[in-house]
Design a protein around this ligand. Structure first.
Ligand SMILES: *Cc1c(COP(=O)(O)O)cnc(C)c1O
Length: 371
């Protein structure tokens, strides 16, 4: 059925002489390209590159390095993520999307030139205890319907009238869209209208659109947009004509090949039974690497020039695929788990999740290669 010759020198030895050749290869030029695409779609806006959660698993330092000098600003979730970038020499402003979690972080943020999203009264109280020159630049988050973070309209009114020195000339009024990927959901228009009305009233610049907002809701484009997932090559919804390049290819080697007879099972719980004689490849990656354990039998991957399908349960360190239809499979051949040929969104759909989760949960155990 197949040529079982060992191919370790050619395939496994390619990167290093020892160790597990399970890699996420990250194309930084694709991220630069995607940033330019998204920035061009909103020519009147500045565009923040969102690189929280280690740039959705792509390596925040490397991604920031590749976008340095191109982007207007970066955003991360919290101060620890931002400090790592400053210490790596990133000079641009960095917005903290969740603001600060301790009062003293405000002083640090000022020193490091981080922009701080204030979304709750307690953060505003911390800020008002500081001298003007100790305060970082702040952005104000308004809740327009996401109901996760953000001041109410009344709280905004209260704080702007009671603390007239709260805002600086570079402060921005922000909100976040709850359904930007739903191209016909009128809730988006409601959120857009509410933020714009407040911004007009207080004469402030706005920031609202994420990747899907940039693509689907031109009216959501603000003075600043915040592009995350699209940087990495994925648009929402997936059928949109976004013209992006997938940045990450996750691949792992075949470490065993077995012919399974009709009626035999593969993997834990014997959940998958061969319906005919089949060739099964065991691949060196599993849920401890961030491959989703809930990926069902039938989840696609790619080998040589063909789509192959998962059989049996996902193990901690291994996956099993039916490769009966593939010619000349050898030990050491690299299987693409996601990348150009099989999108991470397809894999996510088979595991009951979304691309964001799979990318951001790719574990440090997987060696990253940036090129
Ligand atoms: C993560 C995040 C973004 C980026 O969203 P994408 O859908 O990845 O483009 C934008 N704004 C806020 C507040 C976020 O938390």
């Amino acid at each position: 059925m197949t040529n079982l010759a060992i191919n370790t020198d050619k395939q496994m030895g390619k990167k290093s002489a020892s160790g597990r050749p399970t890699y996420a290869t990250i194309d930084l030029s694709a991220i630069q390209f995607n940033y330019a695409q998204m920035a061009n779609k909103a020519g009147h806006s500045k565009t923040i590159a969102v690189i929280k959660a280690d740039a959705y698993g792509h390596g925040a330092k490397q991604v920031a390095g590749a976008l340095n000098g191109i982007v207007d600003a970066f955003a991360v979730a919290f101060i620890d993520e931002a400090i790592v970038l400053r210490e790596a020499g990133i000079k641009q402003p960095i917005l903290l999307l969740e603001g600060v979690m301790h009062a003293h972080e405000l002083v640090l943020a000022q020193r490091y030139n981080f922009w701080v999203m204030l979304h709750s009264d307690y953060q505003i109280e911390w800020l008002t205890t500081l001298e003007q020159q100790q305060r970082p630049i702040i952005w104000l988050k308004i809740d327009t319907g996401m109901h996760r973070l953000g001041l109410t309209v009344e709280a905004l009114e209260y704080c702007l009238s009671n603390y007239p020195t709260l805002l600086q000339s570079t402060s921005v009024l922000c909100s976040h869209l709850a359904c930007a990927d739903e191209t016909d959901n009128a809730f988006n228009l409601q959120q857009i209208a509410q933020l714009k009305q407040l911004a007009n009233h207080y004469c402030l610049p706005i920031s609202l659109a994420n990747s899907a907002g940039i693509d689907n809701w031109p009216a959501s484009h603000g003075d600043w947009n915040r592009v995350g997932i699209a940087l990495y090559g994925y648009a929402q919804p997936h059928n949109s004509q976004a013209n992006l390049r997938v940045a990450m290819r996750l691949h792992a080697p075949i470490i065993a090949l077995k012919t399974i007879k009709k009626g035999e099972s593969v993997g834990y719980g014997r959940s998958w039974i061969a319906q005919k004689d089949q060739l099964i490849a065991t691949v060196a990656i599993g849920y401890a690497d961030g491959y989703p354990r809930h990926a069902a039998a039938g989840t696609p991957a790619f080998l040589h020039t063909q789509t192959i399908y998962l059989v049996g349960r996902v193990s901690m360190d291994m996956l099993t695929f039916d490769v009966s239809q593939v010619n000349e499979v050898q030990i050491g051949d690299q299987v693409e788990l996601w990348g150009d040929n099989v999108s991470v969104e397809r894999v996510a759909a088979h595991a009951g999740t979304i691309a964001y989760e799979l990318l951001s949960r790719l574990s440090p155990r997987v060696t990253r290669i940036w090129r």
